[in-house]
Design a protein around this ligand. Structure first.
Ligand code: ADP
Length: 278
């Protein structure tokens, strides 16, 4: 069988070993913070790992703030080989691309129709000079919207592995224990099935609250265990629970002041009874 047609996107992403798309049915469940945590955990897994974070939340980019790059100096440079992502660390092991870096004023709102968003997403996928990456984490907006359709359309050539693009994209779903979030997760799952996008598993975020005084975990939503049951019913892995933790809130606050503490970022994942295993 002949190789699928190469596209600017497949050529650009040939230097990326693993693509992980982070999805959630509902907004505010912690998809962006989970994307950052995932990127930092993968960075910590090996000193040789290089990770890229791509913020596809065109109308509500939050990753620059979450990694401490919501600062005027953080700008994307255009080189002859493409856009240079903004690096979080001096060793250039974690790079970020977000529309947040392209806005004249960081407070500007982006009010774009589908075709314009599609053009931006195509450029993000085909023109960012990531170099060799072990992982590219793609943070998407909530639900299944124009951005998701554009993303999947442009990634389509990668779904047939070739010698140049040997691994196909994968996804992770984020939910909270709330029934509305779980119901919307079913819609995201259906989206992945329709598009043959493999799912690595489901993470339950905001799963209880850790008391900063006694470290006891309280169940805030009155229901428990539904995300695990949903994973079992849909034959996907349950990757674990992340409680509401003031340490994470402090971490994200401190990075927004221009400091990124990779070790602290992992505390949230590593010190829980039920660790998130990727
Ligand atoms: P989404 O990307 O799904 O819209 P965010 O990642 O932006 O959600 O998270 C929404 C808010 O909740 C953010 O302010 C974030 O800091 C906070 N948050 C997310 N997960 C947790 C958690 N496990 N503990 C405490 N705060 C959290």
């Amino acid at each position: 069988m002949s190789d699928p047609i190469e596209t600017p996107v497949s050529r650009r992403l040939a230097s990326v070993k693993n693509i992980i798309i982070v999805l959630s049915g509902k907004g505010g469940v912690g998809k962006s913070s989970s994307s950052v945590q995932l990127a930092l955990s993968l960075l910590n897994q090996s000193p040789n790992n290089r990770v890229g974070l791509l913020d596809l939340d065109i109308t509500g980019p939050s990753l620059p703030r979450m990694v401490g790059l919501d600062i005027p100096e953080a700008t994307v440079h255009q080189s002859s080989l493409g856009w240079v992502p903004v690096y979080v660390d001096n060793k250039k092991r974690l790079g970020l691309m977000s529309i947040g870096f392209l806005l004249k004023d960081r407070g500007d709102s982006v009010v774009w129709r589908g075709p314009k968003k599609d053009g931006m997403i195509r450029q993000f996928l085909s023109e960012v000079r990531w170099g060799d990456l072990d992982y590219l984490i793609i943070d998407t907006p909530p639900g299944t919207s124009d951005e998701h359709i554009s993303l999947m359309t442009h990634l389509h050539p990668l779904f047939q592995p070739t010698s140049k693009n040997p691994t196909t994209p994968n996804s992770i779903l984020i939910t909270t224990p709330q029934t509305t979030a779980l119901n919307d997760t079913i819609k995201s799952l259906s989206f992945t099935k329709k598009l043959n996008l493999p799912v690595m598993g489901l993470i339950e975020n905001m799963s209880g609250y850790i008391c900063p005084c006694c470290n006891e975990i309280s169940n805030l939503y009155g229901i428990q265990g539904q995300a695990k049951i949903m994973s079992e019913n849909n034959n996907i892995d349950f990757l674990g629970k992340i409680p509401i933790d003031t340490k994470l809130v402090k971490l994200l606050d401190s990075v927004s002041k221009g400091e990124l503490n990779v070790d602290v970022a992992n505390v949230i994942i590593q010190d829980q009874d039920q660790q998130v295993q990727i």
